[in-house]
Design a binder for this molecule. Structure first.
Ligand code: 5RP
Length: 253
């Protein structure tokens, strides 16, 4: 564990075999315990965050939480929260959030994240960047030593205009790291390009070697015209909740 981080608590889970989805639910429910009545809460996107949204709705309906305002990070979360009766708003009306709860694809020991394999990285970064606290909820399979080094995708949202040009420029930036970019297609439909909630495309970057300094990599990507945002969330998380076979840990920055 990184010495700059403080593990505030670890509690054990009964030693039965839990599925990955059950672990996600445990992490999500733990995070919801941090919500207090009257808070403005960022609602994340993905299979882990979905459990948190379900739990918030349950607590609102049973009266254990009151006057919560949710700020969704995607159209799908907006629809889920709306169908569950959670009062919603947006960043225009609520530019400062009390806390946000969201999943991640990778979490390193310094709490840097890769997000966006579900496609919602831009709205997630806007909402979570406006939050006083950002609680990340993951099962233990998401823990890595270095983000971007797992051989899995690091997503970059780009404008559709001349996307092949932008893909090549991205690969060139990380030529020494053996970077290969792939345009994301819709799941189950290899013919159709995936389009984000913002009308953009996603290039998934795959690295053969470590991409090096994260801040330098982030700056270089964002300097490219055509790039909208990338999925590295550097120094944004304030708490990471990890559910694993041996227990759930809550680590605060
Ligand atoms: C969506 C995301 C998700 O939070 C991330 O992909 C994790 O998803 P899941 O909880 O389904 O594993 O960043 O853009």
């Amino acid at each position: 564990v990184d010495p700059t981080l403080m593990v505030s608590s670890t509690s054990s889970i009964s030693p039965v075999m839990l599925s990955q989805d059950e672990l996600k639910k445990i992490a999500a429910y733990k995070a919801v315990e941090f919500i207090e009545s009257g808070m403005v809460v960022g609602l994340g996107t993905g299979s882990t965050a979905k459990h948190a949204v379900d739990k918030i709705a349950e607590l609102l309906h049973t009266g254990k939480l009151k006057n919560i305002i949710g700020i969704p990070t995607s159209k799908i979360t907006h629809e889920q929260a709306l169908s569950l009766g959670i009062p919603l708003s947006d960043l225009n009306k609520h530019p400062i959030l009390d806390l946000s709860i969201d999943g991640a694809d990778e979490v390193d020991p310094q709490m840097n994240l890769v997000k966006g394999r579900g496609g919602s990285l831009l709205r997630e970064k806007m909402v979570e960047g406006a939050s006083k606290k950002f609680i990340v909820i993951v099962d233990e399979s998401k823990l890595v030593n270095h983000i971007g080094g797992s051989g899995l995708a690091m997503p970059v949202e780009i404008v559709p205009f001349c996307w092949e040009f932008t893909l090549k420029r991205l690969e060139m930036l990380f030529i020494e790291a053996g970077c290969v970019g792939k345009l994301r297609m819709k799941v189950g439909n290899g013919e159709e390009i995936y389009v984000t909630d913002n009308g953009n495309y996603i290039i998934d970057l795959y690295f053969k070697k470590d991409m090096g300094d994260l801040r330098a990599a982030s700056d270089a990507i964002l300097r490219l015209a055509g790039v909208v945002e990338h999925g590295m969330f550097i120094d944004m998380a304030t708490t990471v909740i990890v559910a694993g076979k041996l227990g759930v840990s809550v680590t605060n920055k």
